[in-house]
Design a protein around this ligand. Structure first.
Ligand SMILES: C[S@@+](CC[C@H](N)C(=O)[O-])C[C@H]1O[C@@H](n2cnc3c(N)ncnc32)[C@H](O)[C@@H]1O
Length: 372
C-alpha cells in the first residue's frame, strides 16, 4: 500500500470530493481537518495528479514508519541524507511547544554533524508552498502512528494567481468563479475518465473560467453565453491562456452566443459534460426581492436542464453551481427544484457541497447530476 498526505485548500469538503472523484478506488482518512491521508494500492504519479487538482496545495509521501523512541534519530538521518539547509517538522498530534522542542533538538544534532541548517516553524498544516519552493525547505510531517511523510509536490501558486488576476477579460460585477473552484467542478464532472477524450460545454460561460480550467487538462471545450461581449471576452481569455499558460497547445475551442435554454441546434459535437455557473440574477438584489429572484432563477435552471437532457450522452455528468441567497430573516436555496421534479432525466450524485466565503451574501451549492 502506498500512503500520501494531501494538504487541502480552503474548502476541505470540496477538495476531498475532488479526490474521491478522480481516484474512486483510494481509501481516504482525515488525520486533520485540512489534511487527507490517501492509501492507494498503486503508486501515484504525483506531478501529473497534482497538476490536475484544484483543491490540494501540497502532497507528502510516506518515507518511513518510526517509533516514539526512534523518531529523533530517524529525523536527523533523513535530514542529514538530504543535507537540508532549511527544514520544518510538523507533528500532527503534538503541541506547538513539543514541536518546537523537537525541532530545536534535531537542529542541534544536525549542527553537531557539520550541517549549517535552519528550522522554519510550521502552522497546523505545515509551511506554505511559497516557502517550500523559494527556500528549498524539506518539510516532514509526522502523524500519531509515527509515520514520517515528506512533502514532494506543491501547487504552482504563480500560475493560479496569474489565471485569477491577470486574464485580460474580467467582469467583476457579474461575478467570476475562482479558478480553483472551477477546476474542482471540472474534476467532479470528469471523474476517473481520461480528460483527453472528453468534450465539455459551459452554456453560461461568462469570462470562460471553467473553460480555461478544462482546456488546460486537454479537454475539448465549448462555451456559450447570452451576451455577445462575454462571448468575445471568453475567446480573448482562451487565446491568452494558450499563449501564456499552457504547456502544450490547447485544442481548438468553440464559443458562440446563445440562450442556455435553446442552443442544441448550434452544437456540432457530442457533449460528455456540462460544467457551469448559471446567472445569479441581478447584482446586489434588495431583500424584499430575494424570494421572487430565487423563484425566477429556478424556472430558468429548470428550462436549461430539460433542454440539455435532449443532447447529453447517457451517464453524462452535469456539475452546476446554484446560488443560495442569504436574506436578513431567511435563506433561499435554488437547487431544491431538482429533486422535487420527477422525470427531469437526471440522478443527483451530490448536493452536499457548498462554496462559501466569510460574510458572503450568496453561497454556491455545487450539485453533481448524472443523465439517466
Ligand atoms: C455568473 S455568470 C458566469 C461567470 C463565469 N462562471 C465566470 O467565471 O466568468 C453568468 C453568465 O450567464 C449569462 N447569462 C445570463 N442569462 C443567460 C441565459 N439565459 N443563457 C445563457 N447565458 C446567460 C450572463 O451573461 C453571464 O455571463
Amino acid at each position: 500500500m502506498n500512503s500520501y498526505l494531501f494538504f487541502l485548500g480552503q474548502n476541505s469538503l470540496l477538495s476531498q470530493a475532488e479526490l474521491t472523484s478522480l481516484i474512486p478506488e483510494a481509501k481516504l482518512t482525515t488525520p486533520h481537518q485540512s489534511i487527507v491521508k490517501l492509501d492507494s494500492p498503486t503508486s501515484l504519479d504525483l506531478p501529473s495528479l497534482g497538476c490536475r487538482l484544484g483543491g490540494t496545495v501540497k502532497i507528502a509521501v510516506l518515507k518511513q514508519t518510526s517509533s516514539a523512541k526512534q523518531l529523533q534519530d530517524d529525523l536527523v538521518k533523513l535530514l542529514l541524507d538530504q543535507q537540508a539547509k532549511n527544514f520544518s517538522l510538523n507533528l500532527l498530534d503534538a503541541t506547538n511547544q513539543e514541536s518546537y522542542e523537537l525541532s530545536n533538538e534535531v537542529k542541534q544534532r544536525l549542527v553537531d554533524n557539520q550541517l549549517r541548517t535552519r528550522f522554519i516553524a510550521p502552522t497546523s498544516t505545515g509551511i506554505s508552498p511559497v516557502i517550500i519552493t523559494k527556500q528549498k525547505a524539506v518539510e516532514l510531517t509526522i502523524d500519531s502512528d509515527f509515520n514520517i511523510y515528506q512533502t514532494t509536490w506543491v501547487h504552482s501558486f504563480k500560475s493560479w494567481i496569474n489565471r485569477d488576476r491577470r486574464k485580460p477579460f474580467v467582469t467583476p460585477k457579474s461575478g467570476m468563479l475562482p479558478p480553483k473552484l472551477a477546476r474542482i467542478m471540472v474534476n467532479l464532472a470528469v471523474g476517473d475518465k481520461d480528460p483527453g477524450g472528453l468534450t465539455l460545454l459551459d452554456p453560461f460561460c461568462g469570462t470562460g473560467t471553467i473553460l480555461m480550467e478544462a482546456a488546460l487538462q486537454g479537454i475539448k471545450v465549448i462555451g456559450s453565453d447570452l451576451s455577445a461581449d462575454k462571448v468575445a471576452g471568453t475567446k480573448t481569455n482562451l487565446d491568452w491562456l494558450d499563449e501564456n499558460q499552457a504547456c502544450a497547445p490547447l485544442k481548438p475551442a468553440t464559443v458562440f452566443q446563445a440562450n442556455a435554454t435553446n442552443l442544441k441546434d448550434q452544437l456540432v459535437d457530442q457533449i460528455d459534460l456540462i460544467v457551469t455557473e448559471p446567472t445569479l440574477g441581478p447584482a446586489s438584489p434588495s431583500q424584499d426581492k430575494l424570494s421572487d429572484i430565487a423563484h425566477g432563477l429556478q424556472k430558468l435552471y429548470l428550462g436549461a436542464l430539460k433542454h440539455w437532457a435532449l443532447f447529453l450522452k447517457p451517464q453524462a455528468r452535469v456539475v452546476i453551481a446554484l446560488p443560495i441567497f442569504h436574506g436578513q430573516d431567511r435563506s433561499y436555496t435554488t437547487a431544491d427544484f431538482i429533486d422535487a421534479r420527477e422525470n427531469l432525466g437526471y440522478n443527483t450524485l451530490r448536493n452536499d457541497l457548498i462554496f462559501t466565503r466569510p460574510g458572503a451574501q450568496i453561497e454556491r451549492q455545487i450539485v453533481v447530476l448524472e443523465k439517466q
